[in-house]
Design a protein around this ligand. Structure first.
Ligand SMILES: Cc1ncc(COP(=O)(O)O)c(C=O)c1O
Length: 361
C-alpha cells in the first residue's frame, strides 16, 4: 500500500467541536453564531438561482464590500474557503522543511497542523494554559528568529487580546524576512482590538486573517479573507485552488457584510452574554479568564472534573469543548449562545452539581 509522507501521519486529526452524527439540544462547542446570519441573508437565500456556472474566482463583489467595511484596497484581499483554508495556503507558500514557526500556546490547532504538514518546526511559546502572556512574544521571536509567527487575537481558546505594542514589537523582532500572521477570527467581538487591516499598507511583514464564520454567522458557507501586501496576496493566490468560494457563499457573504447594523447587534448580544456567563461561572467557583471573543475559557477545578462535567453535559444534550486538545485538560471552552441557551446551560449545569452534592449556597 502506498505510504503517506511521514509528516502527515504525525498530524493530529482536526477536532470539529461537534462530533459527527451527534445531535444536541444546544451546541456551545464550536464558537459559531447562535443567532444565525442577518435576516437579509436568509431572504436573499430564497431567491438564489442555482449553481450551473463557476463562481467569480476573485470574488470581486464580496471583496468590494469587505474593502469598504475594513477600509483596505481590493488588491490587499484574498478570499478562501474559510480562514482555515488560508492558514494552510500561507504555510504551503512560505514554510520550507525545517523552518521555525512560532505560536503562543494554547491556541488554534491549525497553525501546528499547517506547519508540520510542510515539515516546519513549531516553536510554541508556552504558558500556564489559563491565559496567554503575549508580553513574552517579542523576546521569543527575537531569540528564535522564525519564518512565520501565527498570533491568534483574540486567542482561541483563552480569549486574550494582543495589544498594539505587542504586534509592533513582534514585527520589529521578526525583521524583514519573516511574516507575522494575526488571526483575527474573533476580532469583531473585541472592542479594544487594534484596527490591523489599516496597518497593512505600511507594514509589509504583517498579514491579517478574518472570517465570516463568527460575527456574520456564515460558518456553514465557508468564507475567509487574507489581508496583506499585494506581493503576499500574489504568492498565496498561486497555491490556492481556483474557485475556493462558491457562488452562494460569495453572494450571501456580500449581503451579510452590507448589514452592519446586524453585525453590531450580534457583537452587543455576545458581549452581554459573555459577561453573564463569566459572572455565573465565577459565582460557581470556576476560575474564569475574562476574554474578548464569543466564548468563555474557564476551569471548574482539577482536570478529571472538567472531563466529567463535559461528558455529563453532553449526555444531557449540551455540548461544550474540553480543553484536553489544547493541552489544558482542567478547562472547558463554552461558546456564548443566546440568552435562552445560557439559561439551559446553567440549569443543566446546576442539576449536575446538585446530583453531585455540590449545591450552590
Ligand atoms: C482562531 C481561528 N481561526 C480560524 C478559524 C477557522 O475559521 P473558518 O475556517 O470558519 O473561517 C477558527 C475556527 O474556529 C478559529 O478559531
Amino acid at each position: 500500500m502506498i505510504e503517506p509522507r511521514p509528516e502527515i501521519m504525525n498530524l493530529p486529526p482536526y477536532h470539529p467541536g461537534r462530533p459527527a452524527g451527534v445531535s444536541a439540544v444546544i451546541n456551545l462547542a464550536a464558537n459559531e453564531n447562535a443567532w444565525g446570519p442577518s435576516p437579509r441573508v436568509v431572504e436573499a437565500w430564497k431567491s438564489w438561482e442555482g449553481g450551473a456556472r463557476y463562481p467569480d474566482m476573485d470574488g470581486l463583489v464580496l471583496k468590494d464590500e469587505l474593502s469598504r467595511v475594513w477600509g483596505v484596497s481590493r488588491e490587499t484581499l484574498l478570499l478562501g474557503t474559510g480562514s482555515g483554508h488560508l492558514i494552510k495556503c500561507l504555510a504551503e507558500t512560505y514554510v520550507r522543511p525545517g523552518d521555525g514557526v512560532v505560536t503562543v500556546f494554547p491556541t488554534f490547532s491549525l497553525y501546528r497542523q499547517s506547519t508540520e504538514m510542510m515539515a516546519g518546526r513549531l516553536l510554541p511559546l508556552t504558558g500556564d494554559g489559563h491565559q496567554v502572556d503575549f508580553s513574552r512574544l517579542p523576546a521569543w521571536v527575537e531569540a528564535t528568529k522564525p519564518r512565520i509567527v501565527f498570533l491568534c487575537s483574540p486567542n482561541n481558546p483563552t480569549g486574550d487580546l494582543a495589544p498594539s505594542w505587542i504586534i509592533e514589537e513582534t514585527l520589529a523582532a521578526l525583521g524583514a524576512e519573516g511574516l507575522l500572521v494575526v488571526d483575527e477570527a474573533y476580532a469583531d467581538f473585541a472592542s479594544a482590538a487594534p484596527d490591523l487591516p489599516k496597518w497593512i499598507g505600511e507594514r509589509r511583514t504583517l498579514a491579517v486573517l478574518r472570517t465570516l464564520s463568527k460575527a456574520y454567522g456564515l460558518a456553514g458557507l465557508r468564507i475567509g479573507a487574507l489581508i496583506a501586501d499585494p506581493v503576499i496576496i500574489d504568492a498565496v493566490s498561486r497555491v490556492r485552488e481556483p474557485f475556493p468560494v462558491s457562488v452562494p457563499a460569495l453572494a450571501m457573504g456580500a449581503v451579510a457584510v452590507a448589514d452592519e447594523t446586524y453585525r453590531q447587534e450580534i457583537v452587543a448580544a455576545v458581549a452581554q452574554g459573555r459577561r453573564r456567563l463569566e459572572n455565573a461561572l465565577v459565582e460557581r467557583g470556576w476560575s474564569v479568564n475574562r476574554g474578548a471573543a464569543n466564548f468563555v475559557w474557564a476551569a471548574p477545578g482539577i482536570a478529571p472534573r472538567a472531563a466529567r462535567l463535559k461528558a455529563e453535559l453532553a449526555a444531557r444534550g449540551v455540548l461544550t469543548r474540553h480543553g484536553d486538545s489544547f493541552g489544558a485538560p482542567d478547562h472547558l471552552r463554552i461558546t456564548v449562545g443566546t440568552a435562552r441557551e445560557i439559561d439551559t446551560f446553567l440549569s443543566v449545569l446546576d442539576s449536575i452539581l446538585e446530583e453531585w452534592g455540590e449545591q450552590r449556597e
